[in-house]
Design a protein around this ligand. Structure first.
Ligand code: NI
Length: 166
């Protein structure tokens, strides 16, 4: 799936009920060129889709890697703040606010489906950069929601499973 000459690839996105989408991903232990290539391919694939986030298992790579980027495009989306490209490796949410909201979400792996999902409005997480450096994110609103969605993917959880839980 990842070519050997180093050029960037748009990968096919795993679609429900692909089994890899329900399996927890493995932690990244080598912050090497292979990781950089996977992340580049993920960015290209997310832009092509287009999507606001992508998790590695969605391109058939069962590793704890997720990316998020959002640029409001229309007037109706203007209330959502821009999210610069954010790469999170081995992310772990360390705080979920008790304050939650319930909004519609879609997923590139479940085309044409939007479901109401309840999520914390604010979260704090620890993650690592593409070079393995640890960092923290304090996120709120739409950014917090997308992070929770992508980390669910890394735990083998889809929006249809979130809906079943509540
Ligand atoms: Ni998704």
């Amino acid at each position: 799936m990842h070519d050997i000459d180093g050029s960037i690839m748009i990968c096919s996105i795993q679609i429900f009920p692909s089994r890899i989408l329900n399996r927890p991903s493995q932690p990244v232990t080598s912050f090497d060129d292979t990781l950089k290539k996977i992340v580049k391919d993920m960015i290209e694939t997310m832009h092509a889709a287009p999507g606001v986030g992508l998790a590695a298992p969605q391109i058939n790579v069962p590793k704890q890697i997720a990316i998020i980027e959002y640029q409001p495009k229309s007037e109706e989306e203007a209330d959502r703040a821009k999210i610069p490209l954010t790469i999170i490796i081995n992310p772990k949410i360390i705080h979920f606010s008790k304050d939650k909201d319930r909004l519609r979400e879609g997923c590139l792996s479940i085309p044409g489906v939007e479901l109401l999902v309840t999520r914390s409005k604010k979260i704090k997480l620890n993650a690592q950069s593409i070079d393995g450096q640890p960092f923290k994110i304090h996120a709120s609103g739409f950014f917090a929601r997308v992070i929770q969605h992508e980390i669910d993917h890394l735990n083998g959880i889809l929006i249809i499973d979130e809906v079943k839980k509540r």
